[in-house]
Design a protein around this ligand. Structure first.
Ligand SMILES: Nc1ncnc2c1ncn2[C@@H]1O[C@H](COP(=O)(O)OP(=O)(O)O)[C@@H](O)[C@H]1O
Ligand SMILES: [Mg+2]
Length: 1017
């Protein structure tokens, strides 16, 4: 993987508008900038984009929350890289919501497509699957990455500090040994499959063996069954012949049975015909007897018929008469009705006139009472009119009075409202005055506090200047003490040197000076001796002086410290008190303002009270009320008088109606007096006509004529009734006569038919007796039929049993034949399966070997063993360059066990010119060099790995432990390995390293826009 470009948004210290970092601009570069300015953040961005992993707080499950720039909600990192000739792009985003559950993350993976000259998505259905795809493409996880090529800040020892087991895992990852694990899995699956197949084949062989062992038995059973079948076939043939004979007999009898049934039918037919015939003969004889009886009554019937005819004649004449009379009577009744109607009309007219007359008389009687009171009613009516007029005038006056009264009370309400408002204002003012007075009275108290505050300010100033003085004195003391200590060290050094020289001089017997090699005689030696003794004394005295002064200075400093602390305490107390009083000035000012306000309020109170007392409010309303009252008084309306008038009007009201009735009555009386004589005249005339019967004269004449005609006809009603009664009785004689005539005609015919039927009867009886004889004969012959049927039935059953046995035998024979055939086939299968089994056995063994070969202890262990010398060599080349060939490492992959044998491990042994020591026993700087060398060696191994997956090296800080010389060597070492990597990025805050590389990316963090980078060449 070779980085191409990186874009960040709101990532750690990076803000919104950060231009992309273009990695193509350099091969080896230094990323510099002060601490905390966002250098490591760039590496975090790369690992977060690729694996969603980066620095995180220890409690966090996922780092995203902590990586999001404080104060923003959307974070985005876009990272482009090259891998084996393809260009890929990863875009990872994170969006923070109000609740952690609402946070949203997204991941996109894309590959550059030459054809469309754009990126096309490789993103999967879920972020997890997309991540799997990225890992598969990189063939590397975060852990391996930061253990090799990405040397993160403070994690250079990531690999070295791991347990041997973990180290081995990482090495396996770097060597991409998982592919062998995949092969192991595959081999295991194949082996398992071969084992399963083998078990299946084995089971099959077992069951074949079992089957084949029955072959001989199947053959024997087949032969037995063939023999039995022959026997059965013979038995069936015999039985079949016997059955055939019986069936023939049965057929003959069946024919006879049919004939018998025919005879029986004929017999039945004849019997029923005979029965009908006998019935007919009997009826015929009866009829002949009835005809004879009629013929015997002949004379009586003839007599009756003659009488009937006479009576019928008479009846017809009487009928005619009766009809004529009914016709005349109807005419008479019609005329009588006309006469009656005329009379009724006259009577009705008379009645109407009577009732009219009575009505007039009644009306006259009714009016009489009213007419008698004529004078009284007319007077009453006149009084009523006058009263009504006065009342209506008074009603108007009262309406005006009401209107005035309403207006007056409205004006009064207005006055009341004004007064209430004024009173409320006065009360509010009273309350406010009371409140403010309490507040204003606090003024002296607050003024005292203000004075105290000013005093404390002055006090603070004094204390502060005193503190400054003490501090100054303390600093002087400290400086003096430091000077003294330096002098002491210097003097001590001179003293030590002098002593050494003095000792040398003393111990030496040689003739030359051991110090300057000049010749030494006794005198010179004595002089030197004295000189040194003097010098030693002076120096010792000086040291003693120095000690005394140091003690004094220290004592003074301690004193100053105590005093300083006391003063500080005092200042704090004063400060606290002053703080308490800080508000006093403000409070006092407020009190003064309150006093002014109080005076204003009091004046306002006095003004309002006066207005209330003098009623100096709502002036217009007062005036209006007075005017209205005057108008009201002027109207002089008396309510009681008005009420009395109303009562009087009520009492007189009835005269209004009575007056109208009186007028109407007078009118009516006049009309009646003209009509009444006319009516009386008319009644008298109608009564005359009625009494003299002078109406419907014509009709009366007609009625008389009709009465005479009816009498002239002379119709005998009684005689007519008697004939009518007798006639129905004689009517039967007519039918009797018809029957008699019929009997005379039919008697001969009847007798002839009877004779014929009796002849037929005799013939049929003879035929019946012949059929009966034949029937009996057939019945005798059919007596043997049941036995034959029985025999036939038994025969059939026996035959069926035999056939069933035969069918079963055939079926069984088929089964055994099939089984025998199957045994032959199985024998062949057995041979083939045995070959399969051998093949499976070989596969199981083969795949077992492959599992071992590809496994951890096989090729994987071998490859690790193989890689270790490379790592060792590579690390040692760098290490010797960094330590001038002093330090070496060895990596042991096997450990001898005390119990004998070896154990797989991965131990790192470090040795220098002093010998081999534990990693922990080396200094920070030394350890860094070892870690660095091993990590570079691992990174180179990874870079060389098949497929050149990771050709990038990043080193984030860690050089702080190195001195100037070591730093130079490190830079040199990095430059020499640069050929092995496509990109190298060295991150450091050290000024000295800044210019050691051809390209520098300078990172600066600004408070407002966040971190920014700039490429400097
Ligand atoms: N969530 C955050 N939002 C903004 N700034 C952050 C956030 N987390 C860490 N930082 C700051 O981002 C900076 C990261 O700096 P880093 O890259 O580690 O510095 P250096 O340049 O020393 O490697 C630090 O100043 C750190 O305090
Ligand atoms: Mg850093």
């Amino acid at each position: 993987m070779i980085p191409v470009s990186l874009s960040l948004k709101n990532f750690l210290s990076y803000g919104e508008d950060v231009p992309p970092l273009d990695f193509t601009e350099f091969d080896i570069a230094c990323l510099s900038g002060n601490n905390g300015h966002g250098k490591s953040a760039i590496l975090d961005a790369i690992t977060w984009a690729l694996w969603g992993e980066a620095r995180k707080a220890s409690g966090d499950r996922s780092p995203a929350d902590g990586l999001l720039r404080l104060g923003s909600t959307d974070m985005r990192v876009e990272f482009e890289f090259d891998l084996e000739g393809d260009r890929y792009r990863v875009i990872r985003k994170f969006h923070r919501r109000k609740s952690a559950a609402g946070n949203a993350a997204s991941l996109d993976f894309q590959v550059f497509d030459q054809a469309s000259n754009g990126f096309k998505p490789l993103t999967e259905s879920s972020s997890k699957h997309t991540q799997d795809r990225i890992n598969a493409t990189l063939r590397m996880n975060y852990e391996t990455f930061i253990n090799s090529a990405f040397i993160l800040q403070g994690r250079v020892d990531e690999f070295t500090k791991k347990t041997p087991h973990k180290r081995k895992e990482i090495l396996a990852d770097i060597l991409d040994l998982q592919q062998y694990d995949t092969l192991v899995e595959l081999a295991k699956r194949h082996q398992q499959q071969a084992k399963t197949d083998m078990a299946v084949v084995e089971a099959r062989l077992e069951s074949i063996k079992d089957e084949v062992s029955h072959q001989a038995e199947y053959e024997r059973r087949f032969d037995e069954l063939t023999q039995r079948l022959d026997e059965l076939d013979q038995q069936i043939a015999t039985q079949d012949a016997a059955r055939h004979a019986l069936q023939q007999q049965q057929a003959e009898l069946l024919t006879k049975q049919a004939q018998l049934r025919e005879k029986q039918q004929q017999r039945q037919q004849l019997a029923s015909e005979l029965e009908q015939l006998a019935h007919r003969v009997k009826r015929q004889q009866e009829e002949i007897r009835a005809v004879q009886t009629i013929l015997d009554q002949r004379d009586a019937i003839v007599r009756d018929v003659e009488r009937y005819e006479t009576l019928t004649q008479q009846n017809r004449q009487l009928e005619q008469q009766a009809q004529d009379i009914r016709h005349l009577q109807a005419q008479q009744a019609f005329f009588e009705q006309v006469i009656d109607r005329a009379r009724h009309e006259l009577e009705a007219e008379r009645k109407t006139l009577h009732s009219q007359q009575a009505q007039f008389e009644a009306q006259l009687r009714d009016s009489e009472h009213l007419l008698n009171r004529t004078q009284e009613i007319q007077d009453g009516f006149q009084s009523y009119h006058q009263t009504k007029q006065t009342d209506e005038q008074l009603d108007e006056t009262r309406n005006e009075v009401d209107r005035l009264e309403r207006a007056i009370s409205a004006a009064k309400r207005e006055i009341d409202r004004h007064q209430a408002r004024l009173i409320a204002e006065v009360e509010a003012l009273t309350r406010r005055i009371a409140e403010i007075r309490v507040f204003a009275e606090k003024l002296p108290e607050h003024e005292a506090r203000v004075a105290e505050y000013h005093r404390l300010v002055t006090e603070t100033q004094r204390l502060n200047s005193e503190l400054d003085q003490k501090k100054e004195a303390g600093t002087q003391c400290k400086t003096r003490l430091e000077t003294l200590a330096a002098q002491h060290q210097q003097t001590q050094k001179l003293l030590d040197e002098a002593r050494e020289k003095f000792d040398l001089l003393k111990r030496s017997d040689a003739p030359e000076c051991p110090l300057c090699a000049s010749r030494l005689d006794a005198q010179k030696k004595g002089e030197l001796d004295a000189h040194f003794q003097r010098e030693l004394l002076t120096l010792e005295q000086e040291l003693a002086r120095n000690d005394i002064e140091q003690r004094d200075q220290q004592a003074a400093l301690d004193r100053l410290r105590v005093e300083y602390r006391q003063l500080e305490q005092q200042a704090k107390t004063v400060e606290r008190q002053r703080e308490d009083l800080r508000s006093a000035e403000h409070a006092a000012q407020q009190c003064r303002e309150a006093a002014v306000q109080l005076e204003q309020l009091r004046q306002e109170h006095a003004r309002l009270t006066e207005r209330l007392e003098q009623k100096a409010f709502a002036v217009e309303a007062h005036q209006q009320a007075e005017d209205l009252q005057n108008t009201l008084t002027a109207l002089d309306y008396d309510q009681q008088e008005h009420q009395a008038l109303k009562k009087r009007r009520k009492a007189l009201e009835k005269y209004e109606g009575e007056h109208a009735a009186l007028t109407a009555a007078l009118e009516r009386e006049r009309a009646i007096f003209t009509q009444l004589p006319v009516i009386t005249q008319q009644i008298a005339e109608i009564q005359g006509t009625l009494d003299r019967q002078e109406f419907a004269q014509t009709e009366r004449t007609q009625v008389e004529a009709l009465r005479s005609q009816i009498a002239a006809i002379g119709y005998d009603e009684r005689e007519h009734a008697r004939i009518r009664e007798e006639l129905p009785r004689l009517q039967t004689a007519l039918t009797q006569k018809a029957r008699l005539e019929q009997a005379e005609k039919s008697l001969g015919q009847l007798q002839q038919t009877l004779d014929e039927w009796q002849q037929e009867q005799r013939e049929k009886a003879a035929r019946l007796s012949v059929i009966e004889t034949e029937t009996r004969q057939f019945e005798g012959e059919l007596a043997a039929f049941p036995q034959i049927e029985q025999a036939l039935h038994q025969q059939k059953a026996a035959l069926e049993t035999l056939q069933r046995e035969r069918d079963q035998a055939i079926q069984e024979q088929g089964i055994y034949e099939h089984k025998y055939q199957r045994c032959l086939e199985l024998a062949e299968e057995q041979r083939l399966k045995a070959q399969d089994f051998a093949q499976c056995e070989r596969d199981v063994k083969l795949y077992g070997n492959l599992v071992r070969i590809f496994g951890k202890d096989g090729i994987q262990s071998f490859l690790i063993q193989n890689a270790i010398p490379d790592i060792e060599d590579e690390a040692n080349i760098i290490l010797s360059r960094l330590t001038q060939n002093k330090t070496h490492i060895t990596i042991e992959s096997q450990k001898d066990l005390q119990s004998g044998g070896t154990k797989e491990t991965l131990d790192i042994k470090i040795s220098d010119e002093l010998g081999t020591r534990n990693y922990e026993m080396y200094s920070g700087g030394e350890a860094f060099r070892v870690d660095f060398s091993i990590r570079i060696a691992l990174s180179k191994l990874l870079a060389k790995r098949a497929g050149t997956r990771l050709r990038t090296l990043v080193i984030d800080e860690g050089f702080g432990t190195q001195d100037a010389q070591a730093l130079e060597q490190l830079v040199e070492a990095i430059k020499t390995i640069s050929a092995d990597f496509e990109k190298i990025l060295v991150i450091t805050h050290l000024e000295t390293l800044k210019d050691a590389f051809p390209v520098r990316i300078e990172v600066v963090k600004y408070p407002d826009i966040g971190s920014q980078y700039q490429v400097v060449r």
